[in-house]
Design a protein around this ligand. Structure first.
Ligand SMILES: CC(=O)SCCNC(=O)CCNC(=O)[C@H](O)C(C)(C)COP(=O)(O)OP(=O)(O)OC[C@H]1O[C@@H](n2cnc3c(N)ncnc32)[C@H](O)[C@@H]1OP(=O)(O)O
Length: 214
């Protein structure tokens, strides 16, 4: 199996992905930045090879592993699709300290950081990120292109729809919450006791609607 990888995104999160890729046994061949400003720079020991345009101008990405270190869910989804269209691969990166049940089902390009726990019968869609110290209880489903920030705790039998964002330390209660809707946004520290509609931002304990995205 090819264990060489390139990391997309040069910024505050890059070192986290360097750590993660190294911990997963990958040899990092270089970085790409969203524009050409950083080309040639050395970031945490790795060279910035060019811009995203440079990368996507290559005739093909066949045989290349690429990791997405930055961007919100929408940007990560666009990059993910472009990589696949050009024949590249976004491998799942699961930190060795994460505890992922053998009964969990993971899509492509799933990222699971340090000390996160994924219980049995959890389903995680493509290109979703679970930050560190996240807990996902059994039988919960997480869609595609979601982001679960560090310290969040998601109860059992919850469905988190595509593009949802769960903030730092949010707590989603089993038995009270069925669904976190498409592109919904749960604020840091929220205690979520009801399902959240699509495109809706909630925060607080108990969580209340702050606004609906246009
Ligand atoms: C590796 C990483 O760092 S991953 C990064 C993860 N990031 C996060 O978890 C951040 C999540 N984002 C938040 O919690 C944000 O504060 C949001 C989305 C809930 C709200 O952001 P905004 O829409 O910009 O709202 P804004 O900051 O203007 O606040 C609006 C009101 O809600 C309150 N509020 C904002 N966030 C929260 C929160 N998390 N919990 C409770 N109340 C909140 C504010 O105090 C303010 O109240 P006021 O009108 O009485 O003063």
């Amino acid at each position: 199996m090819n264990k060489e990888i390139y990391i997309l995104g040069v910024g505050h999160n890059t070192s986290v992905y360097i750590d993660l890729a190294e911990a997963c046994g990958y040899e990092i061949k270089g970085l790409y930045h969203y524009n050409g400003d950083r080309t040639g720079d050395i970031e945490h020991g790795y060279r910035v090879l060019g811009s995203f345009d440079d990368l996507f101008s290559l005739p093909s990405l066949v045989g290349m592993n690429l990791a997405l270190s930055q961007g919100d869910n929408a940007i990560r989804s666009q990059l993910f699709d472009k990589i696949l269209q050009k024949g590249g691969r976004v491998p799942s990166l699961i930190h060795p300290t994460a505890q992922v049940s053998r009964f969990a089902q993971l899509g492509n390009g799933v990222v699971i950081h340090i000390n996160t726990v994924v219980h049995p019968d959890v389903i995680i869609g493509d290109n979703s990120v679970l930050s560190y110290n996240v807990s996902i209880s059994h039988s919960t489903t997480i869609g595609n292109h979601c982001y679960i920030a560090f310290g969040a705790m998601i109860g059992a039998y919850v469905t988190i729809a595509d593009f949802a964002f769960i903030g730092i330390g949010a707590n989603i209660i089993s038995g009270k919450v069925d669904t976190i809707g498409y592109n919904a946004y749960v604020g840091a520290g929220a205690l979520v006791t009801h399902s959240v509609e699509k495109n809706t931002v909630v925060a607080g304990a108990p969580a209340r609607i702050i606004r609906v995205k246009s």
